[in-house]
Design a protein around this ligand. Structure first.
Ligand code: ADP
Length: 176
């Protein structure tokens, strides 16, 4: 589904974050070392090639809530914005740290004058954050920043499962 808010297109789709051909910056649900791993990081590093880990090395390790930006190499995008989400039950305060990921990713995108950005559902895989709780943090965090954005005019949430997409769509329809 799509919505236009303050002149910004916000949408949620089901798909693979490594296949967003029409998007300038894709967000990585990174690990602290900015290395390949499972899930989103695995898919992005595999598609980008080994240069992506080399590009992340000078920033490593990053802290929960932090975002850093690198080139995207063989991905069909210009940039990867690497965010370290909180591990549920361990990194606290987890709601603030998850929120920081989305805010800091959008700030990095603005610094590079990025027009379009795609987010996966940060922390809700290996890091164990319940999806419904993550939706209630991620979507308001982005919503509150929309009025400040000067460059970003297209924000896409890319969900791997139909169930996750439904949760995002429900929130976007009823509470956005
Ligand atoms: P984290 O370690 O931050 O929890 P994961 O990559 O393990 O990150 O998972 C985050 C979310 O991304 C999960 O909902 C997972 O199902 C989903 N996911 C996994 N692979 C992909 C992919 N290629 N594209 C989009 N989403 C993905």
């Amino acid at each position: 589904m799509k919505k236009e808010i303050d002149g910004i297109l916000v949408e949620a789709v089901q798909g693979d974050i490594a296949s967003q051909t029409d998007i300038e910056a894709v967000v990585n649900a990174a690990n602290a070392e900015l290395l390949p791993g499972g899930g989103v990081a695995g898919a992005l590093h595999k598609a980008a090639g080994p240069e992506l880990a080399d590009a992340g090395a000078p920033f490593s390790p990053i802290s929960p809530g932090e975002a850093v930006i690198t080139n995207a190499f063989n991905l069909p995008n210009h940039y990867v914005i690497h965010c370290l989400g909180p591990v549920h039950g361990i990194d606290r305060p987890e709601e603030k740290l998850l929120r920081d990921c989305y805010v800091n990713a959008l700030r990095k995108a603005e610094e590079k004058e990025v027009k379009s950005i795609a987010f996966p559902s940060i922390s809700t895989g290996a890091f164990g954050y319940p999806l419904e709780e993550a939706v209630r943090t991620a979507l308001p965090a982005v919503r509150e920043l929309l009025g400040e954005l000067r460059s970003v005019s297209h924000i896409r949430f890319v969900l791997f499962s139909k169930q996750d997409l439904t949760a995002y769509e429900r929130f976007l329809e009823s509470e956005y």
